[in-house]
Every structure is written in C-alpha cells, then in structure tokens.
Design a protein around this ligand. Structure first.
Ligand code: PAF
Length: 280
C-alpha cells in the first residue's frame, strides 16, 4: 500500500528510517496527471533500489506567463492508484508554500548555464531555471540514491545531469525510455489537450523524426535534413519551434562527422505544444 506524505518532517523521518535499515531509495519526480510513461519510470527505478518515492508537484516556477500552469490537469486519485500499482512506496505531496517558504518571487533560483540555453531554453525562457530550482529542492527533501527522468524530455535530462554533476548531488540519474501510443505519439500529459481531429495528426512528429534519421543516415547534409523536417511538420499543420539534429550533448554536429545523434522536435498543433525526439 502506498503512503501519502504531505509534511516534510514526516518524509525525512520515513527516508531516515529506511536508510538506518541500509535500504537504497529511488525517486521519480512528477507534476501529476500520470500516464504509462511515469509508471514505467517507477518500475525502472525500482530495479535499482529497495524503496521508491514519487512526488507530485505542479511547479509554478517552470511555467512561463502564457503557459498552462492553472489549467495543468490535476488527477490526484488516479495518480495515487497508478503509483501504488507501479510499486511506489511513498507519494510526496509538497505544497507551493512548503516548496517555496519565502514565496515564489523570493525563492533562491538554480541556473545551469550552457545546455539549458538552447532549444527549449530559447523557446521557453526561464523554464529550466524553474526545473532546476524545484529538482534541487526535491533532491534535498527526498535525499534519494537514484532518481529517474524520462527521455522524452531529452534536454531536461541533459540539464539535470549537468546540475547533479556540478552541484555534486550524490545521486545516480537514470533515463527512462519514451513510452509511445500505438501510432507512435509519445505519451504526455499534454496529449489530452489535442482535439479529436488533431490527435491522429499528432503522430506525424514521430514519423518525421524517423524521416530525419533516415535522411541523415543516407548522407543528407544537416541543414537540409532540418529544413525537410520543418517542412513536413508545417505541411501537417504544425507551427514548428524547432526540428534539429544534434549530438547527444545537444551541440551542433558537423556534416560527415561520425557519432551518435538525436533528432529533436518541438511543434504546436492548435494550442498544444508537443516535444519528442529520437536517438540513433
Ligand atoms: O518532467 C517533469 O514532470 C518536471 O519538469 C519535473 C522534473 C517533475 C520538475 O517539476
């Protein structure tokens, strides 16, 4: 049975008790409205540890002024049941007041330079500062040995890895594979914003990522691969923020340079902004 904890002292006491027994603690931070992708992270982290904590906290500091903070879907009962089924031991539910005791405006912020400045960082200024600010606080609250983040938020995972390395959190970070719907659409809490007519078109992103990979592997120059990706998305009715090929550290590769790649897309269909990526 999952235990729901809403007070920081109680969370610390529970985790201290586990550590006294020599148990290793895993952590999956979330913003709730959980789906199979989140539950797969709980199962993944469970393989590395003895106890799992998951948090649900819709973090105001990572939403821009015109983003969906107030309408972000909140589904506490389904989240609790799903986490319990996935093998989560403790659901940590901080409040905005306990997360930011001096208030959101006066909160100390964590900024990771470099990798947080490109792509999502350009489209959503301040977003990764909010993510790093809340993740640092959550790490200090939960004190996990291992924490899992989904690869769907590829850049977020890269930013968190740099945060952990730079601030020397003694936490192993693991990335969980993207979980997809049958037609290839990456699972996301934001998919439910898609209208009935938009939903089938949303799977175009996954197809375009595959086309970008194939074109790259066939020797097409990067600029052309990216232009073709943007055009294919625009043809399907998307407003494209980016469709790019990058090295795993998100820097720009030279044409003809060997090595692993990731194709990344962010694009809007109506009012819904979707991101996805494909490593190869
Ligand atoms: O990926 C998310 O859901 C959020 O960015 C996270 C890591 C829980 C921080 O609020």
């Amino acid at each position: 049975m999952i235990e729901t904890i809403t007070e920081l002292d109680a969370l610390r006491e529970r985790v201290r008790g586990w550590k006294r027994e020599g148990l290793r603690v895993g952590f999956v931070p979330t913003m709730g409205n959980l789906h199979a992708g989140h539950f797969s992270l709980v199962r993944l982290v469970r393989q590395h540890v003895d106890r799992v904590v998951s948090s649900v906290f819709v973090n105001p500091t990572q939403f821009g002024p015109n983003e969906d903070f107030t309408r972000y879907p909140r589904t506490p009962d389904a989240d609790t049941a799903g986490l319990s089924d996935a093998g989560c031991d403790v659901l940590w539910l901080p409040t905005v007041e306990s997360m930011y005791p001096f208030g959101v405006e006066l909160a100390s912020r964590v900024h990771v330079p470099g990798v947080s400045g490109v792509l999502e960082g350009e489209c959503r200024p301040g977003h990764f500062d909010g993510v790093c600010t809340v993740v640092s606080r959550l790490f200090n609250q939960v004190l996990p040995d291992v924490a899992a983040f989904g690869l769907k938020d590829y850049q977020q995972l890269a930013v968190i890895r740099q945060l952990v390395a730079d601030l020397q959190f003694p936490i192993e970070i693991i990335g969980g594979p993207i979980v997809r719907e049958a037609d290839g659409l990456a699972m996301s809490s934001r998919n439910q914003y898609l209208g009935a007519e938009e939903r089938p078109r949303a799977a175009t992103i996954h197809r375009v990522l595959g086309q970008m990979r194939d074109a790259h592997l066939a020797g097409t120059p990067r600029a052309q691969v990216e232009a073709q990706g943007r055009a294919a998305l625009a043809d399907a009715g998307f407003v494209v923020d980016y469709a790019v090929l990058r090295r795993p550290d998100l820097s720009e590769p030279a044409d003809g340079e060997p090595g692993p790649r990731v194709a990344l897309v962010a694009a809007r269909l109506g009012n819904t902004r979707l991101i996805d990526n494909l490593e190869f």
